[in-house]
Structure formats: C-alpha cells, structure tokens
Design a protein around this ligand. Structure first.
Ligand SMILES: NC(=O)c1ccc[n+]([C@@H]2O[C@H](COP(=O)([O-])OP(=O)(O)OC[C@H]3O[C@@H](n4cnc5c(N)ncnc54)[C@H](O)[C@@H]3O)[C@@H](O)[C@H]2O)c1
Length: 351
C-alpha cells in the first residue's frame, strides 16, 4: 500500500516524501511541476532514493487523474495548491479550481475508495482574514498585540473564520470541505492551518515563501521589496518540526479526525520583516538592500499561531529556534548553484 503526496515536488511535499522514503514506505507523488524550480526537489529525491517513488505529473483539477492517484493508498498528504494571494487576484477562477475544486476532487476520490485512506490537508492561517480588529501597538521594528494574553499565546482555533481575498476563500473553502467530509462521510481527515513554514528546499519568491526569498536575494546581493512598513509579525515554523507534527497526527488520525489545528512556531519563534533583515545582516555580515512598496491586500499586521490545541492532543512542540532554522536554511541556500555555489570534484560545494 502506498502514501499519496499531492504537491510532493514542492517545499513541504519533498521534505515529507523524503521522510516517508527513509521510513521504507511506498510513495506516489502527484504534481504538475507548475512551481518554478521544484523539478530540482525531485532530482534531490531521486538522488537519495533512486527509483523508489512513483511520479504522476498531473493536475489536481482533473478528477479522473486524482481517482487514479488515490487508488490503493492508505494515506494522503494534500499539499498541491495555488499558494499565493497576488496570483489569486489575477486569476481567481484558476485559484478556485486548483484549491477548492481540486480538494473536492480528492475528497470524492477518497470517499470512493473501499480502503478510505486517511488525509492531512494543509490549510492556511489566511482563513482568519486580516485580524484587523486586534488592537496593536507599533514598536520601532514590530507590531505587538495590546492584549497580553494574545501576545503570550497566539491566535487559537476559536478565532472566527473570515476569508479575505480569492486565495483566502479558496483555501478556506477547501479547509471547510475537508472538515465536513470528516463529519458527514466519516473520513479520517485532519486540517493543519499553517502560518509561515521555512527550511531547505523552499524555493521562495516575492509572492510566497518570504523567508527563503529574503535570504536568497540577500545572498545574491539583489534588492528586497518590503510591502508595507515591514513591522508585520509572523511566527516561523521550521520544516522538520512540521514533519514531526504530521507524523504525530497521522499516527493517531482516527482519534483526531474532523479537527483543525493552528500549527506554527508559536509566540517564542516570531519575527517581523524588519527583524528578519537584522538577522540576515548579522548572518551575512552585510545589510540587505531594501525598497518599500504599499502594503498588500489581505496581509495581516500580526499573526502568530497558538499551538496549544495540537500540543494538548499530541504532545507536539516546535523545537527549532529561529536562529537555528535560519542558519540551516542559509547553509542549504549557499549550496545551491543558482545562488553562486561552485562545484569541484575534490572540494564539494564552495559557497
Ligand atoms: N509554506 C508555507 O509557509 C505555507 C503556509 C500556509 C499554507 N501552506 C500550504 O501548504 C501546501 C504546500 O506549500 P509549499 O510551501 O510546499 O508550496 P509549494 O509551491 O512549494 O508546493 C506546492 C506544489 O504543488 C504543485 N502544484 C501547484 N498546482 C498544482 C496543480 N494544479 N496540480 C498538481 N500540482 C500542483 C506545485 O508544482 C508545487 O510542487 C500548500 O497547500 C500551501 O497552501 C504553506
């Protein structure tokens, strides 16, 4: 029996596939490779696990393909998505078709399988909207909530849903469909509402994957554009910690089915955009070049996940500090030829 990973060539997907293959599981990837650069993640997987995974280069918008992909699986990780808010403003119908309809295609395919594979779906903190009602105070480098309880614990799952922007709506619709299929049809399905995940194999660009995007541009000495004043705060979750959370939930999925969890680095692992520039300055020994543009649509000034529900349910905690995680990501980025690394036979990779 096989584990299906949709979006398995992407950042989160490739890391999950690697962990599955290390554990001796059989893996099928469904990915249309539409995200630039993800073919390099597949090459990396192939170098480490040659011939041990199956690739379906296909689109989640095609129900017949999705049915074939789900066939004979025990579990599905569903990561394939249109991931960026700006793209959703230009092409809302494509965004809906991939994120909402694509997820419904998958749910129907799972429902039709006699074995009823379990499912983990990665939703987004965007389902809570811009949180514009949170009273904030602006410090020199970051926004902070005036509510000290919120500052100490983060945003929990009781927060009302408030989809904003086409991408928020399509991810939110999928989130609700997954939960509903657990409740209405008894699927063993769990939703992870992620904020900012970062780490090796993240091929960030301006519209998504900002931590990797900032580091990449700084390494290449290219300017970074900050949208808004740069004081926006997010919690950062290192990829290995996320994969650990997936394993804990998958291991107990019958009990956890039908639940949605906010999953992030939490209040002890937060940065503002300006603070990330400070980290980069210290790591590289030079300040990145920066320009400012107006704030973007549907961009909260403050979002930090409360991880209490997931910790309570599974014992999981994010372990990697921002300093450790950024150092590991920088190490990996430095080894990528597109960031200037040169290869020699004798010496390996030279940054
Ligand atoms: N990385 C984060 O910080 C973050 C935050 C919130 C939510 N998420 C969610 O987690 C999931 C994975 O994110 P990621 O950071 O790995 O993104 P990613 O872009 O690296 O991976 C997504 C993968 O899906 C594939 N894909 C896109 N459209 C497809 C389609 N129509 N059919 C098949 N494959 C398609 C892409 O080629 C890519 O390999 C997404 O659902 C995303 O919305 C991620």
């Amino acid at each position: 029996m096989t584990v299906l990973v949709t979006g398995g060539a992407g950042f989160i997907g490739a890391n999950v596939v690697d962990r599955l293959l290390q554990g001796g599981e059989r893996v099928r990837i469904l990915d249309d490779l539409s995200r630039p650069g993800v073919e390099k993640n597949l090459q990396w997987l192939d170098e480490r696990h040659h011939g041990r995974f199956e690739l379906m280069r296909a689109d989640v918008r095609d129900p017949a393909v999705v049915r074939d992909a789900v066939n004979d699986t025990t579990h599905v990780f569903h990561f394939a998505a249109q991931v960026a808010t700006p793209a959703s403003l230009f092409e809302p119908i494509a965004d809906f078709a991939i994120n909402a309809r694509g997820t419904l295609n998958l749910l129907e395919a799972i429902r039709a399988q006699p074995s009823r594979p379990s499912l983990i779906y990665t939703s987004s903190s965007k389902v809570y909207g811009t949180l514009a009602d949170l009273p904030l105070r602006a410090g020199p480098l970051r926004y902070e909530p005036r509510d000290i309880v919120l500052a100490a614990t983060g945003v929990d799952e009781k927060r009302p849903l408030a989809f904003h922007g086409p991408h928020g709506c399509s991810k939110g619709a999928a989130d609700q469909y997954v939960l509903d299929y657990a409740h209405t049809f008894g699927l063993r399905a769990v939703v992870f509402r992620l904020s900012c995940v970062y780490g090796p194999r993240q091929r960030g660009h301006e519209d998504q994957g900002w931590v990797s995007h900032f580091l990449t541009h700084a390494l290449r000495r290219e300017p970074i554009t900050i949208f808004g004043d740069g004081k926006q705060v997010r919690d950062l979750l290192y990829i290995d910690d996320l994969v650990d959370a997936f394993w804990r939930v998958r291991g107990d999925i019958a009990r956890l089915a039908g639940r949605a969890f906010n999953v992030g680095g939490g209040p002890t692992n937060t940065v503002s955009l300006l603070e990330l520039l400070g980290y980069i300055d210290r790591m590289l020994g030079r300040a990145p070049r920066v320009g400012f543009e107006p704030a973007r649509i549907a961009d909260p000034r403050y979002y930090v996940s409360a991880g209490g529900a997931l910790s309570h349910a599974t014992g999981w905690h994010a372990r990697t500090t921002v300093e450790e995680g950024l150092a590991r990501l920088l190490d990996w980025l430095r080894q990528q030829p597109e960031n200037g690394a040169r290869k020699t036979l004798e010496m390996g990779v030279i940054p």
